[in-house]
Design a binder for this molecule. Structure first.
Ligand code: SF4
Ligand code: SF4
Length: 469
């Protein structure tokens, strides 16, 4: 990234190239050393928690209905047991805006904590696929040796085993992903009815499997470096007070081999390159904050173990901020943080208010276009209206449309809407007949209320067209 946080580093040429692209433009494959340490253990536990949540969520139901459903195909969404429809799109926009501001605030305070600890890409890559790779192919040196080795039964066995397991896990992820979209009941049908009965569903699973397999077997850290928009925004989201995985250059420099430390008065960094070897994106954190750093903390763990060995205090690489390293300022609430907090508070408050007043039955009444008013008799005028009612609940709901203001009469075209099926939309047409005495101008405001079993569920407003008296 462009923000030069690391003030000791004068040579910025490392920013001219990407660690995973070789000089000839080909992919430079990363063989990260297996991480060990307290933070890695903690991250493993947290990741397992997230994995349990990810795989369990589609199976959770509340009163027989999904807890989480992201059906983009039929545009039905259930979040934490509450159903949302396209009519709630403004809530979605508001939620996204709130989330974006929250991310900006969180990143300004804690840097890329999300990337290292909670991002599904990191969780699956580092805690599932990478662990399997270490288990089958060994640590960094064994992996490099295996890569150089010419093809024989030993290499083939390992590669086939690894990629078969990768494919199976990608298949499981793909099925879970599909269950989020179509719901667990529909997914069960695909899984049990046989391939030919659900060809589209089966092909979708295969495509998802191919994508997940490709990402975790080949594309890997490129997702974070090349694709992820959040990673690319770090340059504007971070500031010198943000907490990042940082190298304490004041303590570490000038770096030098331990054998030369006394004569040359070098800093605490013994230039062992262990922090570079464990890095899953192949960078040297001693160069300063970089776009590629996903804050996985592997370099913190390994450097702490090195410091233990050379009898120096831990924390040469640690969670810190540039200002903490360069000026000793531990934490500072900046104007930017206060600004983010205010905007977040307003957005969050608005979102909660709209969620609280959101009705289960949403109604839209529109005067039929192209039609003027009709005289039903000498004393009455009528307009034709179309009505759309959305039942956002998981139950069939009986409904009754009442005209509240002005006094008038509703006459349905056909049978009218008397009940709405669960999670569905009902549409109808009706005449609204008003006494001439109620019409004093061309457009008269009319108010409706929708009742279910005597309880007010929603209201709607529209205008009635009449002669200008
Ligand atoms: S692991 Fe620590 S001591 Fe070794 S090179 Fe990295 S920063 Fe220096
Ligand atoms: S620099 Fe450290 S924290 Fe950043 S990705 Fe590499 S190992 Fe992880």
């Amino acid at each position: 990234m462009e923000v030069a946080f690391n003030s000791f580093k004068k040579d910025e040429t490392f920013r001219d190239s990407v660690s995973t692209i070789a000089a000839d433009g080909k992919r430079a494959w990363i063989f990260p050393k297996k991480p060990k340490g307290k933070l890695y253990n903690a991250r493993t536990l947290v990741s397992y928690g997230f994995l349990v949540i990810f795989f369990a969520m589609p199976w959770i139901k509340i009163s027989g209905h999904p807890f989480m459903l992201l059906n983009v195909i039929e545009r039905k969404f259930v979040l934490f047991g509450v159903a949302f429809f396209p009519q709630d799109f403004f809530l979605f926009v508001l939620a996204v805006l709130t989330f974006v501001v929250f991310i900006a605030l969180f990143t300004a305070l804690f840097g890329r904590l999300w990337c290292g600890w909670a991002c599904p890409q990191t969780v699956f890559m580092e805690m599932v696929f990478r662990k399997i790779e270490y288990w089958i192919e060994g640590d960094m040196m064994q992996q490099k040796a295996l890569d150089k080795r010419s093809w024989d039964s030993y290499k083939a066995m390992r590669k086939i085993s690894k990629h078969s397991i990768f494919f199976i896990i990608a298949f499981i992820i793909s099925n879970t992903f599909l269950a989020y979209i179509i719901g667990i009941d529909e997914w069960k049908k695909i899984a049990t009815d046989g391939v030919t009965a659900h060809m589209v569903g089966f092909m979708t699973i295969l495509v998802f499997t191919g994508v997940f397999y490709g990402v975790y077997a080949r594309f890997r850290e490129q997702v974070c470096i090349v694709v992820c928009p959040y990673g690319r925004l770090q340059g504007v989201l971070l500031d010198p007070n943000s907490v990042i995985v940082g190298y304490d250059y004041k303590r570490g420099e000038p770096r030098g081999k331990i054998s030369t430390a006394i004569e040359n008065k070098t800093g605490d960094c013994i230039d062992c390159h262990q922090c570079v070897q464990v890095c899953p994106t192949g960078i040297d954190i001693r160069n300063g904050t970089q776009l590629e750093c996903i804050n996985c903390t592997a370099c913190i763990d390994v450097c702490n173990s090195i410091m233990d060995k050379v009898n120096k205090p831990q924390g040469l690489i640690r969670y810190t901020s540039e200002n903490a390293i360069s000026k000793g300022i531990k934490f500072k609430i900046t104007g930017r943080i206060i600004g983010y907090c205010i905007v977040l508070f307003v957005l969050f408050g608005t979102l909660i208010t709209f969620l609280a007043i959101r009705s289960d039955i949403e109604t839209t009444v529109l005067r039929t276009t192209g039609l003027l008013y009709q005289k039903t008799d000498e004393q009455h005028i009528s307009n034709v209206f179309s009505i759309e009612m959305v039942n956002k609940t998981f139950n069939d709901v009986p409904v009754e449309l009442r005209i509240i203001e002005p006094a008038g009469e509703v006459k349905w075209v056909g049978n009218g809407i008397t009940s709405i099926k669960e999670q569905s939309v009902a549409q109808g047409l009706f005449f609204l007949i008003l006494p001439k005495s109620e019409i004093i101008k061309t457009k008269t405001k009319v108010k409706f209320e929708i009742y279910s079993n005597g309880k007010k569920m929603a209201k709607a407003e529209t205008s009635f067209l009449g002669p200008n008296n």
